[in-house]
Design a protein around this ligand. Structure first.
Ligand SMILES: [Fe+2]
Length: 344
């Protein structure tokens, strides 16, 4: 309690950052301030700034893709690479041997290889894909920032272990402001293969959405999930109609499809009742939505962001080790993403 009191200035400053947790920040989670409209004010300001930044970076984006992103909340491009390039990319994801980190959520394993400078030097076809000028322009527009996303090779293994249901399968918004994630699918993803699932148009900050967000912000004490209390609001399908939104739609895709998504919109991992694997190049970009500047196109900043991720993982590893457990994104034994044995 006393510690929290002395940290109040820091908690206050976090209002102007990506911080979103109602349970760990007593200012963001303050019921009186939220009744007075604090959460709603953060939404309105952050969305206005992000829209401005996206507009600044929209000049090089084809009109139909820009409109898809604004209207639906995502853009989808099939056959983004030639067949030869796709085959090479796919081969590299199978042949790379590098550090793999795993996150266990319910009965799902998500395993990733961070595409840092070293790993990209071993995977030239992947490097060409994620640095292709027109694709980089799309990434930057969707993120409203002149930087590259943090990218990984990712494999999602559904129903691979015994456990409760995967929390990523609950419909949710990642955070209070527009933020970008992308998937380049390496295999076809059909129904019953945990396809990415999205509520079209839920990226928009409408009056109805603002009212819903307001109600959520003032009733955190009644929230059942810690994810909502952490600022990643969960929503039930029945609530969508009150927001004037359609039901979630599974985005089933063919291999070699790129999907870039605004994950302020409601989304979840789709259902599957069988053991299934999704493999993809995946990345995200989450930047301070209160900073109105798009930033400079400098390689050093991208390098720093990747270094920062390494450091963060190391710190989390050390903290977890002290408590005698694994960090949420811990290193596993195998160096082959498609290996089904030797995880720990
Ligand atoms: Fe999410």
């Amino acid at each position: 309690m006393i510690k929290k009191f002395f940290l109040l200035p820091l908690f206050f400053l976090q209002l102007f950052t990506v911080s979103k947790s109602f349970k760990s920040n007593p200012v963001i989670g303050n019921k009186f301030l939220n009744i007075m409209g604090l959460h709603v004010l953060r939404l309105i300001i952050s969305h206005s700034i992000m829209n401005f930044r996206m507009m600044c970076l929209s000049r090089r984006i084809p009109k139909h893709l820009r409109e898809q992103y604004y209207q639906k909340g995502y853009m989808l491009i099939e056959d983004i690479e030639s067949e030869d390039n796709y085959n090479e990319i796919h081969k590299e994801t199978k042949e790379i041997r590098s550090e793999i980190r795993e996150c266990i959520q319910g009965n799902t394993l998500t395993q990733r290889i961070h595409l840092d400078k070293y790993n990209l030097s071993q995977t030239p076809a992947i490097n060409n894909l994620i640095k292709r000028k027109d694709i980089v322009n799309l990434f930057k527009f969707a993120a409203g920032k002149n930087h590259l996303p943090l990218s990984h090779i990712q494999v999602i293994k559904s129903n691979y272990i015994k456990g409760e249901s995967d929390p990523q399968k609950n419909l949710h918004s990642d955070t209070f402001h527009p933020t970008m994630k992308y998937w380049y699918f390496l295999e076809n993803v059909g129904p019953n293969m945990a396809p990415f699932t999205y509520v079209k148009g839920s990226n928009k900050l409408t009056i109805k959405r603002l009212k819903w967000e307001y109600q959520k912000s003032i009733s955190m004490d009644k929230e059942k999930t810690s994810y909502s209390q952490s600022g990643s609001f969960r929503i039930e399908e029945e609530e969508l109609k009150y927001l004037g939104l359609p039901l979630p739609e599974e985005i089933c895709v063919l291999k070699n499809t790129l999907v870039i998504v605004n994950t302020f919109g409601f989304h979840r991992r789709g259902d599957t009742d069988k053991k299934s694997i999704r493999s993809e190049i995946w990345g995200m970009s989450r930047t301070n939505p209160f900073n109105p500047f798009i930033g400079f196109d400098l390689k050093i900043i991208d390098a720093l962001n990747n270094w920062g991720l390494h450091k963060l993982r190391e710190i989390k590893d050390k903290e977890a080790l002290k408590k005698g457990r694994y960090s949420s994104w811990h290193v596993i034994k195998t160096k082959n993403l498609y290996d089904e044995e030797n995880r720990n």
